[in-house]
Design a protein around this ligand. Structure first.
Ligand SMILES: [Zn+2]
Length: 190
């Protein structure tokens, strides 16, 4: 059965659209609600920016937030909060983030989690994947069923936002095909 309440863990504002916006629209078309928890601001810490960029840090933050709000409205997503860690810092806050994710699952009755694949690309994406796996101590990196840490979630899918590493178009196509095949297989298993 398709999940009716989906929680997207977006490491950065925009991942929820770039990676699974169409999947979210399809889920909504069959009556699901799609919640989004942003795990970072999507902007590096101020002191990590080039000196000439630092004055614009606050503006970049508010721009990312505003863009996420507009995108969520367009796609009918329901943002439920942001952990507000700077981009590239999620790995420094794993315990606190895991607790927040567990709370979000419970409060919003999530039946499915959508998170990035663990693919060795952006560190925040991989950290998000690890955090989701933490919610399922008995299952790893694929559809989970059975006991969960929260007791309320019984399925999870994994989305990919692609690699930030340079690679060929053929490689991208192969990765995309493999990912879609994986999704089809998961659909049949559900
Ligand atoms: Zn991202």
């Amino acid at each position: 059965m398709e999940p009716r309440r989906i929680l997207v863990l977006a490491p950065h504002p925009d991942d929820e659209i770039v990676a699974c916006g169409i999947a979210a629209l399809r889920a909504r078309a069959v009556g699901a609600r799609v919640f989004v928890l942003y795990l970072t601001t999507g902007v590096p810490a101020r002191d990590a920016l080039w000196p000439w960029q630092r004055r614009g840090h606050a503006a970049r933050l508010s721009c990312r937030r505003a863009e996420a709000r507009v995108a969520a409205t367009l796609f009918g997503l329901e943002p439920i909060g942001s952990l507000d860690y700077p981009s590239r810092h999620l790995r420094n806050h794993l315990d606190a983030a895991a607790a927040e994710i567990g709370r979000a699952i419970m409060e919003h009755g999530a039946e499915a989690l959508w998170v990035p694949a663990f693919e060795g690309a952006h560190q925040d994406h991989d950290a998000a994947n690890a955090l989701a796996a933490f919610q399922w101590p008995f299952n790893f990196n694929r559809k989970a069923s059975g006991p969960s840490a929260s007791g309320s979630v019984n399925t999870t899918w994994w989305y990919s936002t692609g690699s930030s590493k340079p690679c060929s178009r053929v490689h991208h196509a192969a990765r995309a095909a493999a990912w879609h095949l994986g999704q089809c297989r998961l659909r049949h298993e559900l």
